[in-house]
Ligand binder design. Structure first.
Ligand code: ATP
Ligand code: MG
Length: 630
């Protein structure tokens, strides 16, 4: 068996050899002339001169061996629909969508903006775009018109694909009025809007602009649209970051490098086999949805589940019933979803036959130890934390069990993934930290491996100034996260560099304080923010959600809890980390992707405007915090 340390070292020291080998995992129309063109750092051109196509690799190339195998499994517990598409059917649907694009004048390099719920047509729309060399930009369906308008202006799409409505928790969420408003707000006007009518919400058609998907599809049932071979460096899509820390950045992804990176990750990290089923519970509006609902599993010849609905409806067993029914082998979710399930009866996990499942991967935010322990015990399967960003498109830190099996350590997303020269950097000096357990900024020495962002869409300068210019004295990619590394090479993420609290000169990661507080048995969730303080510069303020609120109905019980929580922090981290207050709240304000909106909490605590909140899940959560601190 390969030794992981050697594997990783080779990926850095012999990039040409290493990635040249990985490139064989995909189909090329023309082999790359060069593996890694670094002539203009920090830009890098992977597999330059090679020609390929993402859709070919995700769909067409599997027709020979697995035309009748499941490709896309669509399950909606909102509309009570289940529909399975074989690779042959997926191929037909993608061509129909591509024919629609062609008939509406979409050309190679044009942008197609996709504003859709989790329905099969969204998958067809993505694959059809890359099929003809167009560049898709999926905008999460939970965004309202302002956020959508700014993305329309940035991506300047020729065409928008949308639907009448999505559904959430049994409620119809109309999309069309938001889309119309967004287009009226934006300066760029798309020529055409293709509307998928689910029959959920009526909508007004704009004459000359809006066209009906079903009618056009019927005209192109048998139109063949071959894949357009594009250069490996041709952009495949633009995806905006979650906006947790401010104005979203348009991440631009290439074609060849992305396909190779995903194919390699399926083998070395996720360990899914062709013919098996992959279930990622994310949304196509996020990077996990791009890489591990659509492209990764399909490139690997797997079936992928696209799920529209909540994890607890009709009951908390729904995901596990899908695992049983479709013999899911690899599952991917987020800690926030596991915390939702943790509040439900654990018996739901025991009701279903989960024997097909090999591992559960979690990413997107820190995986706290209680959540990890709970799900590991409930599933009796390896839980693999992995750390990455919209920018990178696939993991930076993980356990690459497909290379060499290694234990996970609770609280750690694992080691540097092959291809990434991850270093911890001392913020003051810009020097790499070599000794274990010393905190630094998680940074990557260039070039970034295949699959990562090529640039910020339309703004090369922002790419350089945002990502490559924050480490003093050297051009390195900053993740803007803090971390430490132990003597075995396992990293621990301590929070974002702008989530650092400076209490009387001590710099503390909010994550460290949160970890400590969440070890109190009554605490279900916690967010810690730094709040400006005249005396100390900043103080930590904690907001906790408790497991059983009924036991905390009296002011005395609340005070008791606060005292206990403060004692835990004192014991584990010391008095400097002690929050000024511990407030109990019903829920924490989060993005729709489950990330705690610390910047919004902090703004409210400091009496400032909370900024762009369009991705916020539940405005009441922030309102409650506002009321408490006032
Ligand atoms: P924006 O960059 O627009 O502020 P964002 O950073 O939330 O938004 P994403 O790219 O979706 O957008 O999230 C990446 C970030 O999520 C990482 O930088 C890190 O802070 C956090 N993260 C992701 N996975 C993990 C993990 N396994 N453990 C800890 N943190 C994680
Ligand atoms: Mg980010």
């Amino acid at each position: 068996m390969t030794n992981y340390a050697d594997f990783h070292r080779r990926s850095i020291e012999d990039r040409e050899g290493f990635w040249g080998e990985q490139a064989r995992l995909i189909d090329w129309h023309r082999a790359p002339a060069q593996v890694c063109d670094q002539s203009r750092p920090p830009f890098v051109r992977w597999f330059a001169g090679g020609e390929t196509n993402l859709c070919h690799n995700a769909v067409d190339r599997h027709l020979a061996a697995r035309a009748d195998q499941n490709a896309l499994i669509f399950v909606s517990t909102e509309t009570d629909t289940e529909r399975v598409y074989s690779y042959r059917e997926l191929h037909a649907e993608v061509q129909r969508m591509a024919a629609i694009y062609r008939s509406l004048g979409v050309k190679k390099g044009d942008r197609v903006l996709i504003y859709m719920p989790m329905i099969p047509e969204a998958c067809f729309a993505m694959l059809a775009a890359v099929r003809i060399g167009a560049i898709h930009s999926v905008v999460f369906g939970g965004f309202a018109s302002h956020s959508l308008a700014s993305r329309i202006d940035d991506a300047q799409p020729t065409l928008i694909v949308s639907a009448d409505a999505g559904m959430r928790g049994g409620k119809v969420v109309p999309y069309k009025p938001l889309l119309d408003e967004a287009i009226s707000l934006s300066s760029h006007k798309p020529a055409r809007v293709v509307m998928v009518d689910r029959g959920l919400a009526g909508f007004a058609r704009v004459e000359g602009r809006d066209v009906d998907h079903a009618a056009l599809r019927a005209q192109h049932l048998d139109t063949a649209v071959p894949c357009e071979w594009v250069d490996a460096t041709h952009p495949s899509y633009i995806l905006y970051t979650s906006g947790t820390t401010g104005k979203p950045k348009g991440v631009q992804r290439d074609t060849g490098g992305y396909a190779v990176a995903l194919a390699a990750s399926m083998k070395h990290i996720y360990m899914g086999e062709p013919g098996e089923t992959y279930f990622s519970t994310s949304d196509i509006g996020w990077v996990v949805g791009h890489s591990y609902i659509i492209y990764g599993p399909l490139i690997n010849g797997m079936a992928t589940i696209m799920y529209e609905g909540l994890p607890i409806r009709p009951d908390a067993g729904i995901w596990w019933s899908l695992v049983e029914k479709y013999k899911v082998t690899v599952m991917f979710s987020a800690p926030t979803a596991v915390r939702v399930l943790k509040k439900q009866d654990p018996a739901y996990l025991k009701k279903h036959d989960l024997s097909s499942l090999k591992a559960l991967f979690l990413a997107g935010e820190p995986l706290d130890e209680p959540t990890a322990t709970w799900i590991a015990e409930a599933l009796q399967r390896p839980i693999v934390d992995n750390y990455w960003q919209t920018e990178t498109g696939w993991p930076i830190l993980a356990i690459c069990n497909g290379v060499q099996a290694a234990p996970s350590k609770f609280g750690s997303p694992g080691k540097a993934v092959y291809g990434y020269d991850v270093q911890l950097i001392d913020e003051g000096s810009g020097e790499p930290i070599t000794e274990p357990h010393r905190k630094g900024v998680v940074a990557v020495a260039g070039p970034l491996p295949p699959g990562c962002l090529q640039t910020v869409w339309g703004d090369d300068r922002r790419f350089v100034s945002t990502y490559w210019s924050s480490i003093p004295g050297r051009q390195m990619y900053s993740t803007f996260d803090w971390g430490v590394k132990d003597e075995d090479g396992y990293f621990y993420i301590l929070g974002r560099t702008d989530d650092v609290i400076n209490v009387a000169g001590h710099r503390l990661g909010t994550r460290e304080i949160e970890e400590s507080i969440s070890s109190h048995p009554a605490v279900a969730e916690v967010a810690v923010v730094g709040v400006a303080d005249a005396l100390k510069g900043q103080v930590a303020m904690a907001f906790v959600v408790v497991k059983d609120a009924s036991r905390l109905s009296s002011p005395d019980a609340l005070r008791q809890l606060e005292t206990e929580v403060l004692r835990v922090v004192d014991e584990q981290l010391g008095a400097v980390a002690r929050p000024a207050r511990v407030h109990v709240v019903a829920t924490l304000p989060k993005t729709r992707s489950g990330k705690v909106l610390r910047r919004a909490i902090q703004a409210v605590c400091e009496g400032r405007d909370a900024g762009d909140l369009t991705t916020m899940e539940d405005p009441a959560a922030l309102a409650q915090i506002g009321a408490i601190v006032r």
